[in-house]
Design a protein around this ligand. Structure first.
Ligand code: LLP
Length: 433
C-alpha cells in the first residue's frame, strides 16, 4: 500500500514515519516540519558503497552530492559512513568543514568557480577539483603554484547523452552549460592542456547526464562513451585514467505509478558493461566514482504541514491551503514534480474528492501538488508530503519572509534529534543594517 517501507499506521490510526507517530512530532516541533529517517539514509549509503566495491572493484566509492540536502549533520553522517562528498560551492565546502568532514574526501564542482573559491579550495586541501572549463583549470594551475601544491583534478566532460528526464535537470547533452563536449573534439584539447600544466595532476574524467533517471541504459551509454574516450586518450597521449566519475542521477519513487529502483542491481549492470569494455578496449579499469544525491536522501524525508483552510469552487476546483509551500518545496512550481500527499492524522479515511495543495505565498503558482484525493480536509489537519528529503530544504527560499522549517532526525535506535532549528524572523533580518 505504501510507496516506501518506512511508512505505516499506528494503532490509533495515524501515520507513522520511521516508526514514530508523525502527528505527535508535528505537535512537538510545530509545522511546517521536515523529518528525516536517519537509519534509511545510512542504509542507502552502505548499499551504494557495498555495490560499488563489489561491482567496480576496490577504491571505487560513492560521493554524496550534497546539493540534494546540505546541513552540518548530514556531513557528519557521511563522515561516519566513510562516504566521499561532492560540493558545488564555497558555502557547501564551509558547511562540510564546520561539520568536521575530512575535505580530502571532497570533490569540488561548479561551472563558475571564482578566484576566491579556487583559493579556498586549494588552501583547504580539498581532495579534488572537478574542472568545468579551460579558464578554471588555468586559474587553478596558477593558484596551486602560488600555494606550492600540485592539485588533483578531474575534467568534467559532456558525453552527449539525452537521459529523458525533465529538461531543467538534464545535463549531459552536447549543448549543456556544464563541462566540455567530447563530440566536438574540445574535450581532447582540454586533456592536452591539463597534461601540460605543471601544478595540475590529472586523475581522470567526470560526466553527469542528469537527475531522476529511471532507466538504466543511459548510464551504460554514458559509461561506454567515456570508456571509448579513455581509450582514445591512452592512444593519443599515453595517458592512463585513474578515476572515472559517472555522476549522480538515479531516480527515486515519489508516487505509486513510478517503479522502485534496485540501486545495487543497476550498479552491478553498469559494472558488468564496464569490465566487458575494459577488456574489449584494452584499458585498465579505473576507480569508479558516482555522485548520488537524490537517491541517498529523498525517500528518507517527509514534510508535515498544518492545514489552514479549504476552498471549494463549485464546478471548478478544490484547494487545501497549508502553512508552507514553494518556500520549502519549490519543485512542483519549477518542474511539476509529482508527490504523494495524505493526511497524517487520518491517513486511512476514504477521499471525498480531489484537492490542490496550495502554499501560503502570494503567488498562484505556489502549489505543492494538484488534484490529489483527500478525505474532506479541514483546518487543523496535518498534511504529509512524502519523499521530500532531496532538493527541498536545500532549495528553500525566504520569499514573502517565510522562515525555513526545522529538520528533525529520527535515528534507528529510536532517538530523535533536532538537527536544524526553525528559523526566526530575526534570523532572516540578521544582515540588514
Ligand atoms: N553530480 C552532479 C554533477 C550533479 O549536477 C548532480 C545534480 C548530482 C551529482 C546529483 O544528482 P542526483 O543523484 O541527485 O540526481 N533541483 C533538481 C535536481 C537538480 C540536480 C542537479 N545536479 C530537482 O529538484 O529535481
Amino acid at each position: 500500500m505504501w510507496i516506501c517501507d518506512n511508512l505505516s499506521i499506528s494503532k490509533e490510526g495515524r501515520l507513522t514515519f520511521a516508526g514514530r507517530d508523525a502527528v505527535s512530532l508535528a505537535e512537538k516541533y510545530g509545522t511546517p516540519l521536515m523529518l528525516l529517517d536517519e537509519g534509511r539514509i545510512r542504509r542507502r549509503c552502505r548499499e551504494y558503497k557495498k555495490a560499488m566495491e563489489e561491482s567496480f572493484g576496490g577504491g571505487s566509492m560513492p560521493l554524496y552530492a550534497s546539493k540534494a540536502l546540505c546541513f552540518k549533520e548530514i556531513y557528519r553522517i557521511m563522515r561516519d559512513e566513510n562516504m566521499g562528498i561532492d560540493v558545488v560551492s564555497p558555502g557547501e565546502l564551509y558547511t562540510a568543514k564546520e561539520a568536521g568532514f575530512p575535505l580530502e574526501n571532497a570533490y569540488f564542482h561548479g561551472n563558475c568557480k571564482t578566484d576566491e573559491d579556487i583559493r579556498l579550495g586549494v588552501s583547504e586541501k580539498i581532495g579534488c577539483f572537478i574542472c568545468d572549463n579551460i579558464e578554471e583549470i588555468t586559474a587553478l594551475n596558477e593558484e596551486a603554484g602560488r600555494q606550492g601544491r600540485k592539485q588533483k583534478v578531474l575534467l568534467r566532460l559532456t558525453p552527449g547523452i539525452d537521459p529523458h528526464t525533465h529538461a531543467a535537470i538534464s545535463t549531459g547533452k552536447v549543448d549543456s552549460k556544464f563541462g566540455v563536449a567530447i563530440e566536438t573534439g574540445q574535450a581532447k584539447d582540454f586533456v592536452k592542456l591539463a597534461l601540460s600544466l605543471p601544478n595540475i595532476r590529472l586523475a581522470g574524467f567526470h560526466c553527469h547526464i542528469g537527475s531522476q533517471i529511471f532507466e538504466y541504459k543511459p548510464f551504460v551509454d554514458a559509461a561506454e562513451i567515456m570508456f571509448k574516450f579513455i581509450a582514445e586518450m591512452k592512444t593519443e597521449f599515453g595517458y592512463e585514467t585513474e578515476e572515472l566519475n559517472l555522476g549522480g542521477g538515479m531516480g527515486v519513487r515519489y508516487v505509486e505509478s513510478q517503479p522502485t529502483i534496485d540501486y545495487s542491481a543497476n550498479i552491478a549492470g553498469i559494472g558488468k558493461t564496464l569490465s566487458e569494455m575494459s577488456g574489449r578496449l584494452g584499458v585498465k579499469m579505473p576507480k569508479i566514482l558516482m555522485e548520488p544525491g537524490r537517491s541517498i536522501v529523498a525517500d528518507s524525508g517527509m514534510t508535515l504541514y498544518g492545514v489552514g483552510g479549504v476552498k471549494r469552487i463549485p464546478g471548478f476546483k478544490n484547494y487545501v491551503s497549508i502553512d508552507g509551500g514553494m518556500t520549502d518545496n519549490p519543485r512542483y512550481a519549477l518542474y511539476q514534480s509529482e508527490y504523494t500527499v495524505l493526511l497524517a492524522n487520518r491517513p486511512t479515511e476514504k477521499a471525498d474528492g480531489e484537492y490542490t495543495v496550495a502554499g501560503r505565498c502570494c503567488e498562484s503558482g505556489d502549489l505543492i501538488q494538484e488534484n490529489v484525493p483527500l478525505p474532506s480536509p479541514k483546518r487543523g489537519d496535518i498534511l504529509a508530503v512524502l519523499t521530500t528529503g532531496a532538493y527541498n530544504y536545500s532549495m528553500a527560499s525566504h520569499y514573502n519572509r517565510i522562515p525555513k522549517p526545522p529538520i528533525v532526525l529520527l535515528s534507528e535506535d529510536g532517538g530523535e534529534k533536532l538537527a536544524v532549528r526553525r528559523e526566526t524572523f530575526e534570523d532572516m533580518a540578521r544582515n540588514e543594517l
